[in-house]
Each structure stands twice: as C-alpha cells, then as structure tokens.
Design a protein around this ligand. Structure first.
Ligand code: 3HC
Length: 687
C-alpha cells in the first residue's frame, strides 16, 4: 500500500487498483482529500498492470460532501471539477464502493465513476439545498440523466437521501453488495467488469429531456415550500438546464447558479446553522465522556396536550412511559389523543398498524403517582403554578427511586425553586418541550444551580435519541425562547395600540420569512389562555376580543375572521374593537411604517438575546439562534436573530434601540454587551 498523503492511500489487489480515502470524521472533500485523489488516480491510471480502479473510504462513511468549512475561504488544493474530470476520463473502469452516506460532492464523485456498488445500509443524496447551495460539481446535470428528471428534482430540491435499494431500482447503483463485505465485493465487481469487457459508462453521455410544463408545474406546486428561499429555485433551474442544454453548457449554467448561491447571505446563514446545531451539543464544562445514567423507563405527569406529546417522543423511541393523571376521564382522553395521532400517522402511511399497537403497548396509563416509583426519569407537565409544582415534587421525592432524574416541563418558572422542594436538587433539571411536543424539534434543557453534570449529559444524549435539537439554557423567566418572545409580543401589542392593525404587523413578520405573525399565532393557540371572564376588564384588545366571544381559530374568530377551512381574513369587527378601545384610552392612531414594525419587534428580541448572553443564560449566541430556528419557525436561511443582527450590524441595532428608548421609553434600554460590541465594531460571533 502506498500512502499518497495523510488522507489517501493507493493499493493493489491483483490487477485492481484501490484508492482509499481516510479523512475522519466524514471523509469530506477537503483540499487534502482532493490533492490525494488527484495523485492517486494519476498513479493508478499510469499503472498499466491495473485494469480497473475501486474508490472506497475507510471509517464510518463514503465521502459525505465537500468540506463545508472551506466555503467562503480562499481556494486551496486541486479544484473539485478537475479531480472529477480526471476520474470520469480515466481510460479504465472506475468503481465507487459506497457505505454510510454518499452525500453532495461525495455522490457527485460517485457519479463520475463508471459503476457504483453499495451496501444495503448506504444512503445516497444531494443535500446541498439544506445549506443553501446546489450540487455544484455536476450533480444537477448527472443525477437527472440517471434517475430521471422528476426523481432528481425531488432529491435535489428536497435534499433527502435515498437508500441503496431504491438507488439500485433507479439505476443509480449498479449492484447492492453484502453488508460488511464492501471492499472484497467491490473488487470482485471490478474484476467482473474487466473480465466481461464492460464499457466505460459515463453518466454525462446519457440523454436528458423533459417537457417545459413539467418545470412550470413543479414551481407552481412548490411555491409555498420555496417561499423566500433561493436554493431550491436555483436547484430546479439547474436541473431544467440539464434538460435543455448540451452537457458542458449545462455545467456552465450549474456553475453560475451555484456561484449566485455560495456568495449570498442565505447560504452563509444555512452553513452557519449547520455548524451551530452541532456546536449546541457541546457543553464546555460537561465533557463528552461524562458518565450518563440509563433511562429505560419514563414517567410523565399530566395527560393534556403537553403530557401526551412528551410521552409520544419516548414511545416513538421505544422507551416505555407511565402517564399519570388525576381524573380517569382526563387520562382516557389523553390516551385517546395519543392513539388518534398514531392512527392518523398510519393513515398517511407513516406507521404500520403493528407499529401503532407496539407504541401504544409501551404506554401505561395510571391515576397513581406511586406507579412512577421505578421510573428513571419523571417529567411533570401540569399547570404552570409554582405552588402546585412544588407540592408535586415534594411528593415525588418520596416516591421515585434514588438515582432517577426529576424534571419539570415549565416554560418559564424557576427550576431551582422546584428543585429545592426535593432532597436531590443535583438530580433535578428543566426539560422544556415546545408544543406540539411530538412535532417541534426544540428542547430547552434548563440547568439548575445544582443540576449534576451527569444529569445534563444524560438529558443531552436522551434528546438526541428522541430526535430533538437540545439547547442548554440557564434559569431565568421564560428561559431563552420565551424570554425573547415576550419582547416581541409586548411591542406587537403596543404597535396595535398606537395605530397598526394586527394583520399589518403579522404581514411584516410573515414576509420576513416567519411562518406567521404574533396575532395569527395568538389565534392559533387560543386567545383565552390565561383569560378569565370574571376578572376581564376590557382593558386590552385581547380581553375585548375574548369578551366578544372571539377566542381564536377554535371559535371561528379572533384577531382574524376564519372561514370553514380556517382561512384567515382581516376582520372589520376586530378593527372596530381596536378603534373603540383606542378612543376610550384617548389614543390618536398614527400611520406606522413596516420598517418601524420590523425594527420594534425584532431589535428588542436581539437586545434580550444579548442580555441572556451577558447573564450566562445561554452558552453562545448561536445556541440562541438554534432555539429560534427549532422552536419558533425563524427561517433557517436567515440564520436566527443573533446571526441576523451580525448581518445588519450591531451598531445599526444599538443605534435604533437608543433612538426608540428616547421616543418610547426604557423597554428599549440597550444591553451593555450589545452596546460594547457595537462600539467596538464587533459581532456576537466575536464573543
Ligand atoms: N464538511 C465539513 N465538516 C463536516 C461535513 C462536511 N461536509 N459533514 C460533517 N462534518 C463534520 C461535522 O461538523 C461534525 O464535526 P464535529 O464533530 O466537530 O462537530 C462531524 O463532521 C460529524 O458530523 P455529524 O455530527 O453531523 O455526524 P453524523 O454521523 O450525525 O452525520 C452526516 C454524518 C450525515 C455525514 C452529516 O454530518 C451530514 O449531513 N453532513 C453534511 C453533508 C452535506 O451537506 N454534504 C454536502 C456538502 S456541500 C457539497 O458537497 C457541495 C458540492 O456540491 C460541491
């Protein structure tokens, strides 16, 4: 075996040359890998005794793509296009041997090989769209030629990989080989190709055509899914070019469309998110080798929307759950909702009837707290009243076995106060799920003053197991997400008091890319949350709406009017209620610009984010962004509020906040951290 460089080897098995990439963790196509491949292929091609070349990877995966950390930096090493041309133009067969994930530039490398073999567990895909890019090394031109235009459009604009079996059915993989025997069977395949004198199949030579209507239809059908996003649109345009232009011209078009994306803010934001998500899993004082506790059985207290949703996460992961309620009726209702959710998934083909029963079989409903005695983790999801929670944890402390984790799903209350009601505050933690808890990806893990490191490590690991994106936060009112949301809600309400209409405020935030504005969100959640008829004083718009029976979508009316399909339209009734209340309060409404709406709702959130960092309630600015992306629908292509602030400039944000403070008061007082960074010309990334 010859080491070409630190990451690429060349060896021989009889008359087959084997090029092996070994660049942990995921064999990304870094400059080193590209240089190594260039030299290895040069030597293998030059070796007259080698009749074919197998390209294979060591470690957990085939090449998982270009090295994302190289984008936006000065180019180094052999250009990927040249490496791939050399492979495709090799005068002897090249066979890509795939295990793990052949993604992005990795699949593009496999696509210039003349043949592809893969183990059954391998996955193949072009996920560039997820980081705001398109496959820029021929993927948009080659994939449709081999899997068909429609399938390629789906794979490239959606970014999800397909399995080896499906890949074989589409022709993307020539042979599925045995798990664990990739190397020997790829070599055997290569020998077969040589022995049978099979041709050097180049994907680029295959025909590619589609009717122009196919693309019109595709763009129309996906208008909503692609809203505001450049990458899927450019991906589809590049595939369209494959159907309209000769291969080399299609490649040029692909390059233009790729360049447009790679130099833009959307891809910058999405690449930032890729690394930020992985960074969030790292806790500086809780090393990766911190011992964790076994969580084999979970208890959930409360069978309402939250308790049920939380339970489903564990059932889905095969972890038994005991769900406790006070009343039989509420318990039955909770179990019924879980079953209905699963049955709906089964109707949509996402679960088999057997899987539904298997999950339900893991659920033990109970009216007795004592049944939680042997649970390894108990999460309460009862009313947000401190006294109720304290009493509950006092009881649980005496029931649940030692060594178990006690957790509260509170969305804003003080976790330390609850922990203090137990004899084991070191085993106490906040696990703040977002509603609907079986759907939303975010989990804020709230670290109490005394929470043990092993508890944090256990919960971070458990979050991954149940498919959540976990962010560690500190104890403060509303933690990270809701604490920032309070700022936005307060300003949105003030803007409507002053002269804006709810739909104007909502539209500004929707147009920015959020799924909905605060008023549409209020209607969806129900305006009567926390509202009581007996104490309602017609003092806010929300109170007036509730008093008028307009409690949100569920009553067919809230801020908006709703038709039978729950389509919203601005409501003249709401408008009158707002105008009447303004008159009662002696407010003369003024015209408010969209710009002011945007800055007054978003900048105070950023400012609050800065305070959160100052107080150490989040570890890093990017963690705050991960909260907003996964818990509140902040569009990933805008990177999160803190990333967005870096982009517009912290000085711009601070100056505007100071201006607002002078006009509207201390709700806009600038955080010292934000002011300092702004004065020093720095960003949150400099922290
Ligand atoms: N470039 C640089 N680093 C990468 C990387 C890449 N393409 N893919 C993964 N990594 C790093 C991660 O940042 C992480 O680093 P860390 O340990 O320091 O945090 C490490 O590799 C392991 O990654 P994961 O934690 O994500 O490991 P998993 O086993 O959970 O997942 C994976 C592996 C499925 C390969 C996943 O990492 C992944 O999806 N990677 C991105 C794939 C991708 O987007 N490829 C396309 C790149 S763009 C491209 O190819 C352009 C081309 O068309 C020109």
């Amino acid at each position: 075996m010859t080491a070409i460089n630190e990451v690429v080897d060349l060896s021989k098995e009889g008359d087959i040359a084997v090029v092996t990439v070994n660049s942990p963790p995921v064999n990304a196509l870094s400059a080193n890998v590209r240089d190594g491949l260039t030299e290895a292929f040069k030597q293998a091609i030059g070796d007259a005794s080698a009749k074919a070349i197998v390209l294979i990877c060591d470690g957990r995966t085939f090449i998982a793509g270009a090295d994302i950390s190289e984008f936006g930096k000065p180019p180094r090493g052999a250009p990927l296009g040249e490496v791939l041309s050399a492979i495709e133009n090799a005068p002897k067969p090249v066979i890509a041997a795939i295990h793990g994930t052949a993604l992005g530039g990795g699949l593009e490398t496999a696509l210039v090989a003349h043949y592809r073999v893969a183990v059954p567990s391998a996955k193949l895909g072009l996920p560039e769209v997820k980081i705001g890019l398109l496959p820029g090394a021929g993927g948009t031109q080659r994939l449709p030629r081999i899997v068909g235009v429609e399938k390629a459009l789906e794979m490239i604009t959606g970014g999800d990989p397909i399995g080896a079996k499906e890949a074989a059915a589409t022709g993307l993989v020539d042979e599925v080989v045995e798990e664990g025997k990739l190397r020997e069977q790829a070599i055997a395949f290569a020998k077969k190709v040589v022995g049978e004198g099979r041709p050097l199949k180049k994907v680029r030579d295959l025909p590619c055509s589609a009717s122009p209507e196919l693309f019109d239809k595709f763009f129309k059908a996906n208008a909503k899914a692609f809203r505001g996003r450049m990458a899927p649109v450019n991906c589809a345009k590049a595939v369209q070019a494959a159907t309209e232009l000769p291969f080399d011209e299609g490649m040029k078009r692909e390059r233009e469309l790729f360049t447009e994306l790679v130099t833009g803010d959307q891809s910058r934001a999405l690449r930032y998110v890729f690394f930020a998500e992985r960074e969030a899993a790292k806790i500086p004082d809780v090393p990766a080798d911190t011992p964790v506790r076994d969580v084999k059985k979970v208890g959930v207290i409360g069978a309402g929307t939250m308790g049920g949703g939380i339970s489903m996460n564990f059932l889905n992961a095969g972890i038994p759950v005991t769900m406790v309620e006070v009343q039989q009726e509420a318990l039955d209702r909770g179990v019924g909702v879980i079953r209905k959710n699963y049955e709906n998934s089964a109707k949509r083909g996402k679960l088999t009837a057997e899987q539904v029963e298997q999950r339900m079989g893991l659920l033990t409903p109970s009216l007795n707290l004592e049944d939680l005695a042997d649970c390894d983790l108990v999460i309460e999801a009862v009313f947000e009243l401190m006294d109720i929670k304290k009493e509950l944890f006092g009881k649980l402390d005496k029931i649940v076995k030692q060594g178990a984790i006690l957790a509260s799903n509170t969305s804003y209350l003080n976790v330390d106060e609850m922990a203090a009601c137990t004899s084991r505050p070191q085993d106490f933690i906040g696990l703040h799920f977002f509603s609907p808890a079986n759907v939303m990806k975010l989990l804020e893990i709230v670290r109490g003053e005394k929470t043990g490191k092993d508890i944090i490590a256990t919960c971070m690991g458990l979050a991954k197991k149940i498919g959540k994106v976990a962010v560690l936060v500190g104890v403060c009112h509303g933690f990270v997400g809701n604490r920032m949301l309070f700022q936005r809600t307060r300003e949105a309400n003030k803007l409507v008091d002053e002269g804006a209409m709810p739909w104007q405020v909502d539209k500004v935030l929707y147009d920015f890319g959020l799924p909905m504005g605060p008023f549409a969100m209020g209607d969806l959640a129900g305006l009567d949350i926390g509202w009581k008829a007996e104490t309602s004083k017609s003092s806010t718009i929300r109170e007036c709406l509730c008093e008028a029976g307009r409690r949100g979508q569920k009553t067919g009316a809230g801020y908006y009017d709703y038709d039978e399909n729950r389509n919203a339209s601005p409501s003249p009734v709401t408008e009158k209620i707002i105008n009447d209340l303004r008159a009662k309060k002696g407010i003369t409404p003024r015209a408010i610009s969209d710009e002011e709406i945007f800055e007054r709702t978003i900048y105070p959130m950023i400012n609050e984010g800065a305070k959160i960092l100052e107080e150490g309630k989040a570890i890093r600015a990017s963690d705050i962004d991960i909260v907003w992306l996964n818990g509140y629908g902040w569009p990933a292509y805008r990177g999160g509020p803190m990333f967005y602030a870096n982009l517009v400039g912290l000085k711009t944000v601070a100056d505007k906040m100071n201006e607002f403070q002078a006009k509207y008061g201390d709700d806009f007082a600038v955080s010292p951290l934000l002011q300092r960074l702004a004065d020093e010309g720095k960003t949150f990334a400099d922290l």
